[in-house]
Design a protein around this ligand. Structure first.
Ligand code: AMP
Length: 427
């Protein structure tokens, strides 16, 4: 039997993880600087949570969820993070403790989509939610924060696309206008869009099919249906983006896949890197009605986004951060094994990354391994060093060597690594 990873689900091997850490560390730094705190919610939630918040008629709920029964519960692997976070926010009564709450998360999501470059069945999202702030300034603040993070990662060719869906009433009105416009063309729509016609006609605007797109080109614009309050909110977002100097394009046909959005919608795309068709790095928007639909007695204004980490990695052009310098501690022969173990432990306690060669080997083999491992220093402990209470410290790049008393070895290594980090030449 050929055991392989599940289709559309990827291993991330240690040689790739440095870039993931780089992206995630920059994300946490950016978000925490803006007052967000991390939340971790379960990967599995009750299925009705997603059905109720994302909405029936959406691709995610209708076709893509990993749903299963266990212990008489109907469960689903989370396809996105907003529903679970909102559930936790309400369940723990956070709104009674904080007027405004800023949460972020990073973790795996699951959708049974057709795998392609930049589209997987398990993928990682970094997302955030702000509860209790109706905007519009916070909407612009969030978009600009994302632009800052992506820019820091060296992703160029960014395009911010914004739209407003208006309130739930606006959407209902717009839905009617759209259906009226599309009805005479119904038979010309793609098969998928014909299905969306009944259940979720706004999604037809999202269609990638060229014929659907041509038909939608003259469809009524959502922005023309906004009521004065929605319009003022949208103008407020645009003015705040202008004040920040964050460039954007208004895209009246941007609707995005999920049902819970109201008012502000945005997407950040890139032309950089190797993404091809999957150019959307992150998407988000306001969902002021979500908390009520999950059982809250009142509306809680919310805005959030999710960014796909795999796509960000594909778009990144910044060089990976170099790995931390480390030393190798190697006993020559079996007798020095315990002494090498103690030395490695002492170095680690002093903050040095020390890789222990636990198997006593011949000197030649040790040096070959040290060279190929990328270590900065190799500390050798053989019979002679043991007898004299000394350690041989080899600097691998320069091919220099020093004989150091064991008692000073740790401070010597710390100082030598610091000097190398400063770029100073070391004997
Ligand atoms: P969404 O949750 O659909 O609004 O998507 C937000 C972001 O998550 C997208 O812009 C993508 O970067 C990423 N994303 C969504 N679905 C996938 C997927 N199947 N594979 C990889 N990334 C995805």
């Amino acid at each position: 039997m050929n055991l392989r990873a599940v289709k559309g689900m990827n291993d991330i091997l240690p040689e790739e993880i440095g870039r993931w850490h780089q992206v995630e560390a920059a994300y946490r730094r950016t978000l925490e600087r803006c007052g967000f705190r991390e939340v971790r919610t379960p990967v599995v939630e009750a299925t009705p949570l997603f059905v109720r918040s994302l909405g029936e008629g959406t691709d995610v709920v209708d076709k893509e969820m990993y749903t299963f029964q266990r212990h008489h519960d109907d469960l689903t692997l989370r396809p996105e993070g907003t529903a679970g976070a909102a559930r936790a926010y309400l369940e723990h009564g956070v709104q009674n403790r904080e007027p405004v709450t800023r949460w972020y998360y990073v973790g795996p999501m699951f959708r049974g989509e057709r795998p392609a470059r930049g589209r997987y069945r398990q993928f990682y999202q970094a997302g955030a939610e702000v509860y209790g702030d109706p905007g519009p300034v916070s909407d612009a603040d969030m978009i600009d924060m994302l632009v800052g993070w992506l820019g820091e990662l060296g992703i160029g060719g960014l395009e911010v696309v914004v739209n407003s869906l208006g309130s739930a009433e606006t959407r209902t009105r717009y839905r009617e206008a759209l259906v009226t416009y599309l009805t005479p063309h119904r038979a010309e729509l793609s098969e998928d869009s014909q299905q969306r016609f009944e259940r979720n006609p706004l999604r037809i605007l999202d269609s990638k099919n060229a014929r659907d797109q041509a038909l939608c080109a003259d469809a009524p614009s959502l922005l023309d249906c906004l009521d004065p309050e929605d319009r003022a909110h949208f103008d407020g977002v645009l003015q705040a983006l202008d004040a920040l100097g964050t460039r954007y394009r208004i895209e009246p046909r941007l609707v995005r896949g999920l049902d819970y959005y109201t008012r502000t919608l945005f997407e950040i795309r890139t032309t950089s890197g190797e993404l091809g068709a999957q150019s959307a790095l992150c998407g988000g928007g306001r969902y002021d009605g979500l908390c009520r639909s999950l059982g809250s007695s009142h509306d809680v204004p919310c805005i959030g986004f999710a960014a796909g980490l795999e796509r960000i990695l594909l778009a990144m052009t910044a060089p990976p951060t170099p790995p931390n310098p480390f030393v190798m501690v190697a006993p020559i022969g079996e007798e020095a094994a315990a002494a090498a173990l103690v030395l490695a432990r002492d170095l680690r306690r002093a903050g040095v990354e020390a890789h222990l060669e636990s198997k006593g080997q011949r000197l030649k083999a040790i040096l070959r391994r040290a060279d190929s491992s990328g270590a900065t220093l190799c500390l050798l402990l053989g019979e002679e060093e043991l007898a004299n209470q000394r350690v041989r410290v080899k600097q691998l790049a320069q091919r220099t060597e020093e004989d150091v008393p064991r008692a000073n070895a740790v401070t010597h290594v710390v100082a030598q690594l610091a000097a190398i980090a400063r770029g100073a030449s070391v004997p």
